[in-house]
Design a binder for this molecule. Structure first.
Ligand SMILES: *Cc1c(COP(=O)(O)O)cnc(C)c1O
Length: 456
């Protein structure tokens, strides 16, 4: 089909939507390393994981072999309320940049949670309900995951308890109200409600919190209350699996027009949107059927891929969770408080970590003010106020397109626009007032956290 025929938005029909999630682990030559029991140093057994997570999710977590996992009908029906998400050809941005590059983005912000997180939240709530549980606990950083989970829990009639990183709780009071609208209870973390929270507060009085702290608190509440389990919005293999719906839809839409991206770009916090977006493309790359350049973009203030180490580490600050082998900055790394975006986790998905280590993808970091410049440029031509997190991908997509302007190359660029930025307006305000700063950790600081990695 000729180039001019490609519409601004490529939608799929309901019947073209994915029926199964795609598990990229099935195609990986080196599988991601197993989660370890921190006490014994041995791989976590399913029954050990089932004390914390729902049973069917444990099965998905440990399944490195099944390529396609059917999406239950109840979840597919929920997906139909807000999916397929549009794949947009950024004609206006291309024109503004005067680039010969062809830019596409997959927009996941068209639901109340304002992000891709709902794709996994609804799946996790479904399995919790199916198991007959009363409720779930979780952490949230910027608030998108907590919102998504609140929506999913209210849909299935589950209780939802959210520990929200304190600096975000204070910066984003309206996020909290959205969650409460969906019936969730929201506690700023660290809190005095848990043992681990009290311990962290005693050791670091005045701390603004971190995802790692909030995870420890949520896990403690889940394991000490019968009928509750803990759910996590990123990092885990199961979350990447659910998010593969992003990549499957994107690929199906591009395939309709015979388009193959040269470069695929996504922001990386814990790795779930990026992992989901790239999964089907990565599968082709691993199987030698196609080649794509795949780029992860992380904040310079929390650079797990670009300046972290690939090692076993705790997933949380309180060291109650299993050990995961991942690119990490150390579980007690607390990023500077001025960054309230959802990219501040100290570690990275074990699946993406292994793929990165094997050379299947690249990573770059971006500083905050550069990211905001890109966010604003994008908002002004594409009509969407992007989330701070997503704007990391926009930054690098624009840079790639500008390179094409220099070289005249007509590259096809695909990036993930993970969400909207209506709750990032305090940060936008700082940017507009010229008071935005960016703290980039020094090598010495990173080394001090690294020295405290567990010896495995
Ligand atoms: C949570 C979030 C991210 C980062 O999380 P990943 O697991 O790395 O995808 C990115 N964008 C938005 C809008 C988010 O809410």
């Amino acid at each position: 089909m000729s180039e001019s025929k490609i519409p601004y938005k490529i939608y799929l029909t309901e019947s073209e939507m994915p029926q199964s999630w795609y598990n990229v682990r099935a195609d990986m030559k080196t599988k991601p390393a197993p989660l370890l029991n921190p006490g014994t140093g041995l791989p976590m057994k399913p029954e050990e994981l089932e004390a914390v997570f729902c049973s069917e999710l444990v099965e998905q977590e440990l399944d490195n072999d099944t390529r396609l996992i059917p999406i239950p009908e109840e979840i597919r029906n929920f997906y139909k309320m807000y999916r397929p998400s549009p794949l947009v050809r950024a004609y206006c941005l291309e024109e503004k940049l005067k680039t010969p590059a062809k830019i596409y983005y997959k927009f996941e912000g068209n639901n109340t949670s304002g992000s891709h997180k709902l794709n996994s939240a609804i799946a996790q709530a479904y399995y919790a309900k199916k198991q007959g549980l009363k409720g779930v606990t979780t952490e949230t950083g910027a608030g998108q995951w907590g919102t998504a989970l609140s929506m999913a829990c209210s849909y299935f009639g589950l209780d939802c308890k959210v520990f929200m990183v304190k600096c975000s709780y204070e910066q984003k009071p309206f996020r909290r109200e959205v969650m409460r609208t969906y019936g969730a209870s929201v506690t700023p973390s660290p809190s005095t409600e848990t043992q681990v929270g009290r311990k962290i507060l005693a050791e670091h009085p005045g701390t603004t919190g971190s995802l790692g702290c909030a995870i420890s608190e949520a896990v403690e509440v889940a394991v000490s209350n019968p009928g509750y389990r803990y759910v996590l919005g990123s990092v885990l293999n199961q979350v990447l699996l659910h998010q593969s719906v992003i990549g499957l839809e994107a690929k199906a839409a591009l395939d309709k027009y015979g388009v193959k991206p040269d470069v695929i770009i996504g922001c990386a916090g814990g790795g779930s949107n990026l992992g989901g977006l790239i999964s089907p493309f990565m599968g082709e790359k691993i199987r030698g059927e196609a080649d794509y350049r795949i780029v992860a973009v992380e904040p310079a203030s929390c650079p797990s891929f670009t300046r972290g180490v690939y090692a076993y580490d705790f997933c949380d600050t309180g060291m109650v969770c299993p050990l995961a082998k991942m690119y990490t900055l150390g579980s007690d790394f607390i990023p500077s408080a001025n960054h309230a975006g959802g990219l501040r986790y100290h570690g990275m998905s074990p699946v993406l970590s292994q793929l990165y280590d094997d050379g299947y993808m690249e990573a770059v970091s971006a500083v905050q003010t550069d990211v905001f410049e890109a966010a604003e440029a994008f908002a002004r031509v594409e009509g969407i106020l992007p989330a701070l997190e997503s704007s990391h991908a926009i930054r690098v997509a624009i840079d790639e397109a500008l390179k094409c302007r220099e070289t005249g190359e007509e590259k096809t660029i695909l990036f993930g626009l993970t969400g909207t930025g209506y709750f990032d307006l305090v940060a936008y305000e700082q940017f507009h007032n010229g008071t935005m700063t960016d703290y980039i950790p020094t090598d010495e600081e990173l080394e001090s956290y690294r020295r405290r990695l567990p010896k495995v």
